[in-house]
Design a protein around this ligand. Sequence first.
Ligand code: MN3
Length: 241
Amino acid sequence: MTKRDFLTGTAALGAVAAMPSIAYSFSKSKLFGLDKAVDASGKYVLPELPYSYNALEPHIDEATMKLHHDKHHLGYVNGLNTATQKIREATESGDFSTIKHWEREMAFHGGGHFLHTIFWNVMGPNQGKRSSELDNYINKSFGSFDNFTKLFKAASNSVEGSGWGMLSYEPVSDKLIVMQAEKQGNLTQWLQIPVLPIDVWEHAYYLKYQNKRADYVNAFLNVVNWEYVSEQFSKILSMYK
Ligand code: MN3
């Protein structure tokens, strides 16, 4: 193992610490398109949208998608690469005086990069159908799909400030849960695996919906690609069974 390999591995372990469920469990799979979020050298890269910028019209508008993907998401990719590089430099030099800052930066931008990659992929111009497997888990976890959407909307609508609503798999109880995440990860729970995240930062909806987040959350639920989400959920379950 070369020094560079070792240090790259160290940085990767740091990313695992920041977002363990995503970075670790998904690293060997093509779940949610996350294999396109990093290149062969280990550098984080902005994946292309899996559809055109206007494919989600009229629910999510083209201008928002361009800004959100090309500017905001790219910012998280760049921030994560910078943080990773700074942590590598600190590891090489033994000077950890700024490590608290860069660990926060890595968690924030890593959360942003990985969650946005999932977010683009769980939406699409075609909605398909939920699998019976996913429906079974929704029913055993929430009672019904209607109950799930009510909870998902209430949780997403009430995220304080910038953040995410999240349908997640919780392997300890083998159930689905809905959580909020402030910013890109605060308030989340280790070991939960995202299944359906919704970005509720204002940049995700303000151009079209202004302060009406609830309208945007409703619109998001119109563009969820349930067939794709069902397939990813099945892969997640297969990791644990
Ligand atoms: Mn966003």
